[in-house]
Design a protein around this ligand. Structure first.
Ligand code: PMP
Length: 409
């Protein structure tokens, strides 16, 4: 006799998802990257740090040193706030105390936890147009109402910001002042000051996301919004700026080590939120980074800056040769990306299909806009491209663009 299990009524799984889950969206970029990941396609689409520069031997030695120094404690559960020597190093550089530093598992986790502790449904969140897609994705489940801030070559237009602040009672402003993802633009010093004043005046928190700040290959370093606020108040507990940075772009992304600097009431809430998320960032990973920050990190930053600076310069020179004159692009002073604007009416999503036929890929710009638009824009990453890939890829992209522009004439 065969056994037949009793029939179970089926539960409608989709109907059981939370409203929060329903607000989550698949990353548009991940979907796009699937198309571009054919082996013979030259991809300027991904935002990956250059893997050939990773300090593999140094990481191996640091892991060994941490295991020797800490023994089983390197593999044990540890505190939610993070490995103290690492927090001390971060705090000393910023002129604050370890009590103002929370280690997070990638700054992506920091963004999610900040969303969780700061955003109530319907809260107005001000974002650059365009902005980092991953932040939009992190905040979205918490039900923000996004309001876009116009930007130009110097970053957020602070006159427009003032008008927006007058019109909307905002909770927080999310900004990437250095070599922004996706545009590569940097917020000018004058505008940094103005942004700080305006947000303080209107009682708006600022989340300053700065994973690229140390990767400046041209021009003068600018103080972070967090630093400026600290200079003005003299008290880290009075800062309305919450600063987020990461070892992903300066060292390696795979260890998932990043941090948040903020006033203690914010850090205390972050600790509680992180306890619920993952208890703590992997102990050994934090110890490895703490072993590397003194000697390897400064050298690594120099290596990466030099390589990205050369690659950016190379890509810009090729863009000047290969692109029609009506196509505009940014010339970043650091980071990993530049931003291309085609004439109004061009659709870069449609263009991507034709570009992939010519074996080159980019990310269409529209997913970086919280409220849509930007169909005529695209992001190009130069961080992990060889000179040969830049030469051939930008040539092919130029051809694709010329063809598309001619078709619309
Ligand atoms: N913020 C910005 C602006 C980014 O570009 C990225 C990575 N692409 C992140 C945050 C997340 O970085 P991680 O989680 O690796 O620190």
């Amino acid at each position: 006799m065969t056994f037949s299990p009793p029939a179970l009524p089926s539960v409608d799984l989709a109907a059981r998802l939370s409203g929060r889950a329903r607000r989550m969206t698949a990353s548009a970029i991940r979907e796009i990257l699937k198309v571009t990941q054919q082996p013979d396609v030259i991809s300027f689409a991904g935002g990956l740090p250059a893997p050939e520069l990773f300090p593999i031997e140094e990481v191996r030695r640091a892991a060994d040193a941490a295991l020797t120094k800490y023994g089983p404690a390197a593999l044990q559960y540890s505190t939610t706030e993070g490995h103290l020597p690492l927090r001390e190093w971060i705090a000393a550089r910023a002129g604050i105390t370890p009590a103002h530093v929370q280690i997070v598992t990638g700054s992506q986790q920091g963004l999610d936890l900040l969303g969780k502790i700061l955003i109530d449904e319907g809260d107005v969140v001000l974002v650059e147009a365009p902005t980092y897609l991953g932040a939009l994705q992190s905040f979205l489940p918490y039900g923000p109402r996004y309001v876009e801030l116009p930007t130009d070559e110097h970053g957020i237009d602070t006159d427009a910001l003032e008008a927006v602040l007058r019109a909307h009672p905002a909770k927080l402003l999310y900004a990437i002042p250095n070599f922004q993802n996706p545009t590569g633009r940097t917020l000018s010093l004058e505008r940094r000051r103005r942004l700080l004043e305006l947000t303080a005046q209107y009682g708006v928190l600022v989340v300053e996301d700065d994973p690229y700040g140390k990767l400046r290959f041209r021009g003068e370093e600018l103080p972070s919004l967090y630093q400026l606020a600290l200079e003005l108040t003299g008290d880290p507990d009075r800062s309305h700026v919450i600063y987020s940075s990461s070892f992903s772009k300066t060292l390696v992304p795979g260890l998932r080590d990043a941090w948040v600097q903020a006033a203690r009431p914010i850090i205390e809430k972050l600790v509680q939120a992180k306890q619920g998320a993952d208890l703590h960032t992997p102990t050994l990973n934090q110890m490895i980074v703490a072993e590397l920050v003194h000697d390897v990190l400064p050298r690594q930053i120099e290596t990466v800056k030099k390589a990205y600076g050369e690659r950016a310069q190379d890509m810009i020179a090729r863009l000047r040769e290969a692109f029609p004159p009506e196509v505009q692009f940014t010339t970043p002073e650091g980071g990993m990306f530049l931003w291309v604007t085609l004439p109004e009416g061009t659709d870069t999503t449609a263009l991507l299909t034709r570009a992939v036929e010519r074996k080159v890929a980019f990310v269409p710009g529209s997913p970086f806009y919280a409220l849509g638009g930007g169909q005529n824009t695209m992001r190009l990453s130069y961080s992990s491209a060889t000179p040969e890939q830049i030469r051939r890829g930008i040539h092919a992209l130029g051809e694709t663009i010329r063809e598309a522009l001619e078709a619309t004439r």
